[in-house]
Design a protein around this ligand. Sequence first.
Ligand SMILES: [Zn+2]
Length: 308
Amino acid sequence: MQWLLAEGLFRSGLYVHVKGLQRKRAMLMFHSILPERNLELHLRNNSIAELTRTVHILKRMGSIVSVKQWMEASEPNQFAITFDDGLLNNLNYAAPALAKLHVPASYYINTSYVAGNAFVWPEKLSLMTRDHKGTLHARGQYYIGHAHNRWHNRDTGSTMVSDWMSLSMEDIEHALNEIEIQCGGMELLEAHRVMKGEEIKILSAMPGVTIGSHGVDHRDMTTLSEADLRDTLLTSKTYLEQCAGQKVDELAFPFGATNAFVCDIARKQGYTHLIGVNAEKASPQIAMRYGIYNHLPISIQLKSMLSE
Ligand SMILES: [Zn+2]
């Protein structure tokens, strides 16, 4: 019988039973790992302690294996850990913490540095807007601030990120400039930028690390022209392989957005392991991940993941 150690009961040594746990398998998706919790910036950051706690809980339930092992073996009670976006804090905090725990992980890196952008645009937007009060306007739309620094379109209710995810990089940069003017004096924190080539190289040499692609500019791949899609997949793969000195054949789709055409082109370009998020349950060829965020205790998120 398998048991899940609930976070609230961790210290008291009591256990909580989770129904049907015996056959569970899951792949987890993290983004940003920081020394301390930061609930204001966005949902996508967790502390080193939360990452460590996740590992301890998963190890009690089974084993943590690489993404390739997870996708190829189908063993019960296996888990895999991944990180999206390729932020510098993955190298500084996540990888050292996992190395100590002897846990493998895949890092899906946005190679926007090669295109001259130190920050992946959703992260930059969060950093710019984190202390702003009131409304924001961009591209002729008005946005109202909500919890976790989310900005919702006053008229449609959609978020600013979802309104922008199919725009060209030129349009996104123009919109970011509009936001920057309204949020003046903002500071872009170093730990939130994407890794440079030499940093990717250091990360790739750490034990248990697999480098994968997350595209070049964090746009929704289903909205790109075929030429742009081929270009982003190839540019990112070539750059990462040069930096890491290892074959790069895992691809995590930005926003988890994909379709049969994107998968077909990705496979033809040598991506053998395609990684999505919760939304693409329909496709058997894409590994599904469960996103870990900071709005709930880790044990509650894992319990909900395992009961799905
Ligand atoms: Zn991403």
